[in-house]
Design a protein around this ligand. Structure first.
Ligand code: NCD
Ligand code: ZN
Length: 350
């Protein structure tokens, strides 16, 4: 049995860092273990232009602890008025690594998202031409579609038609939660290397029973919502397979406890603090510790055409369970750290 593990420093290919007081509190949590992260643009107002991404990047850099080795990989929020020339300039400057598609109304701060795809075709065509990936929040949001079916319906009615219309477009299916998502990503990736999918830490651990049985657990509520056990198992098989189409995007999404423990609670699990020990636990359980590095440190970098990180981190396993801070404090209120509901014996060596 292995008690220690050294990997290339991981990248988090889907992260919410927020802004202001929350940014100040959560940025150090990601910078501790991760080398780079794809930064989600769903601020209010959204990060929709190159100038906004530049300013946000500067605020992130200012929030990092002294000496931190952490590179924010910026994204732009796609709107129906996004200018293809601005996207191209942002990409050519090296600042922006992806454009994020939120269907209007899908999740936190997504009212500015896309309603009519015809309006964004010029941007998507430009992205296909320059090789800039589109990150998709893969849920349809029409009221007649059941929330547990949103991802499968998105694949059939939005993603697949879009990829047929624009086969050169590079796409990341963000935070997949279903066996349909796993299968579609594998099939697309096998046809050409222009499709991949991120998987979160919490979707490898939670099914919808964890969220709902024995009382509603607001800190397990996220979007896309956790699904049936068979879907969680499909995600586990995908993540631990080492297949290049799947890589880590934690979707760590902090909200203050006051907004989570609420009659209309916000969606998001905060996993930045303990993701790497949790993943070591999950991969060990599935006999796949030797494939953790592919999932956290190699496949994502390869898809984004970035060199893998040269620095390393080490994880160690002890007989004693690791104690994670239950909350981190911020001037916007306390934020609960994701509790997997079982003892974890791995920790990252400081
Ligand atoms: C995210 C957030 O709070 O910004 N929430 C979540 O549950 N994942 C939005 C998102 O990525 O859907
Ligand atoms: Zn997210």
């Amino acid at each position: 049995m292995k008690n220690s593990l050294t990997l290339r420093r991981p990248d988090d290919m889907h992260l919410h860092l927020r802004d202001g007081a929350m940014l100040a509190a959560v940025a150090p949590e990601s910078a501790r273990d991760f080398a780079r992260a794809i930064i989600m643009p769903n601020l209010v107002p959204p990060v929709a232009t190159m100038a906004q991404a530049q300013a946000y990047r500067a605020r992130i850099m200012a929030a990092l602890p002294k000496g931190a080795q952490f590179e924010p990989l910026m994204t732009l929020y796609l709107t129906e008025t996004t200018d293809p020339a601005d996207v191209e300039a942002a990409h050519l400057s090296g600042l922006v690594k992806a454009v994020k598609l939120y269907p209007a109304g899908a999740t936190t701060n997504s009212h500015g998202g896309v309603r009519n795809f015809d309006k964004v075709m010029p941007v998507l065509e430009k992205m296909a031409e320059i090789g800039l990936p589109l990150c998709t929040h893969g849920e349809v949001t029409t009221p007649e579609v059941d929330i547990f079916d949103r991802e499968a319906v998105f694949i059939d009615t939005v993603l697949d038609p879009l990829r047929r219309r624009l086969p050169q477009l590079r796409v990341v299916m963000e935070h997949i939660t279903t066996e349909e998502g796993v299968a579609y990503a594998a099939q697309g990736a096998n046809l050409g290397a222009n499709l991949a999918a991120t998987i979160t830490t919490h979707h490898l651990i939670l099914n919808r029973n964890h969220l709902l049985v024995g009382g509603i657990k607001p800190h397990y509520y996220c979007l896309p919502v956790a699904k049936r056990e068979k879907h969680r198992l499909a995600l586990r098989r995908a993540a631990t397979s080492g297949h290049a189409a799947y890589f880590l995007g934690t979707d760590s999404a902090p909200h203050s406890d006051a907004l989570k423990e609420h009659a209309c609670g916000c969606a998001g699990c905060f996993t930045a603090t303990n993701t790497m020990p949790l993943l070591a636990h999950v991969f060990e359980e599935d006999g796949a510790l030797d494939r953790l590095e592919a999932f956290t440190s190699l496949n994502g970098a390869a898809f984004y055409r970035l060199p893998p990180n040269e620095a390393r981190i080490s994880l160690v396993k002890s007989a004693q369970a690791t104690v994670f801070p239950p909350k981190i404090q911020s001037e916007a209120g306390p934020v609960t750290v994701f509790d997997p509901g079982f003892a974890v014996h791995w920790r990252v060596q400081p």
